[in-house]
Design a protein around this ligand. Structure first.
Ligand code: GLY
Length: 353
């Protein structure tokens, strides 16, 4: 059963949901949280990662590093033309061009790499890894990211499938004044955004985290981002601390959903810090959800009951191999593989849809 908001508030009250918590802990507590590494490998992912967790586990069980596993896992989804939220076949921007974002983090070396708004490359997660391993930078964007990828032998492809193009055309043909270009507005403005308000836009993405046979943790997040976005828009996925974060001694976290809400809350690093404080992965994810709700001040981003009119989901794994996920609205799922088989598990949530 997913946890409800009430359970969460009770459990979280000691720590103060929605408040920013310092990462500086008494070392005894930090040691206690990190002292018991998971004895067995585990892989978690967003719900579209059922095949990804199987592949990642296969790589890890044959001795691969957690990062080898999660990147091989998400490559399956990036290559899948039927997943319109990631890689090849992802829904394009408002100009009909597919632009992808991805990031990786490697726990044992605490390094990260990312690309944003990269065109024509099917596997941005592999380019993100190459940025980490073969440059002194962390994030490359747009034309520069593409040039870097080509320098390293990545081949260009047309990423726009007919299915994605037709969906884009339908969106374009039905546009009225309700698009992303907003007139001047303030906190109390409501009637803009209309049908195309954030709740109704595609925010797919895949996040995958894993612990390998050595107890090391790594993760990846990859996406084609918000459907029909303004060209050049970058979401949370390639931003370390927002779309994903790892501390090899504590755990990993990642996100899917409305990137804008996550970018202004840096939730993945917060989730890892909440886990450092001793919170379970699920409670840490719920606290990140609550923090987004607490910071959501703009009227155009609220429903009639004052709740967000968008969703965000978080996935977390701690050093002991415990995992959890949560979203603002019911009922999300996450994919899990603990060594035998892949399964979907219900996520906790703040609000019943
Ligand atoms: N979370 C994916 C995005 O907003 O781009």
């Amino acid at each position: 059963m997913p946890s409800s908001r009430r359970d969460f508030i009770r459990q979280a009250s000691a720590i103060g949901a929605g408040t920013l918590i310092s990462s500086t802990l008494p070392s005894s507590l930090a040691q206690q949280v990190s002292a018991q590494p998971s004895p067995t490998p585990i892989v978690i992912a967003s719900a579209n990662g059922l095949h990804a967790v199987v592949k990642a586990m296969e790589v890890i069980q044959t001795g691969g590093d957690a990062l080898d596993g999660v990147v091989a896992g998400v490559n399956i989804v990036e290559d899948d033309p039927n997943d319109t939220s990631v890689g090849y076949g992802g829904l394009p921007n408002e100009d009909g061009v597919v632009e992808l974002d991805a990031a990786v983090m490697h726990g044992p070396t605490h390094r990260g790499g990312a690309v944003a708004a990269i065109r024509s490359i099917k596997n941005p997660s592999r380019v993100a890894r190459t940025v980490m391993e073969r440059s002194d930078h962390v994030l490359l964007v747009g034309e520069g990211a593409l040039r870097f990828a080509k320098t390293h032998g990545f081949k260009e492809d047309d990423l726009l499938t007919d299915k994605a193009r037709e969906e884009w055309l339908k969106w374009k043909e039905n546009l009225t004044t309700k698009d992303d270009w907003l007139p001047p507005h303030d906190e109390n403005t409501q009637d803009i955004g209309g049908l195309f308000a954030p709740f109704y836009r595609n925010h797919g993405t895949i996040h995958c985290s894993a612990i390998d046979l050595k107890g090391n943790i790594s993760c990846v997040t990859t996406t084609s981002g918000l459907a029909f976005k303004i060209s050049g828009r970058v979401g949370d996925s390639p931003i370390l601390g927002a779309g994903l974060f790892v501390d090899n001694e504590i755990g990993a976290a990642g996100s899917t959903g409305r990137g804008e809400a996550n970018l202004i809350n840096c939730s993945s690093v917060m989730i890892v810090e909440y886990m450092r404080q001793g919170k379970s992965p699920e409670d840490a994810c719920l606290m990140a959800c609550q923090r987004i709700v607490d910071h959501n001040r703009m009227r155009r981003l609220k429903d009639d009951r004052g709740r967000p009119n968008f969703d965000v989901k978080f996935y977390a794994l701690n050093k002991r191999g415990e995992f959890g996920s949560a979203s603002l609205f019911s009922v999300g799922k996450m994919a899990v593989h603990e060594g035998k088989e892949a399964r979907l598990v219900d996520s906790a949530y703040l609000y019943k849809r």
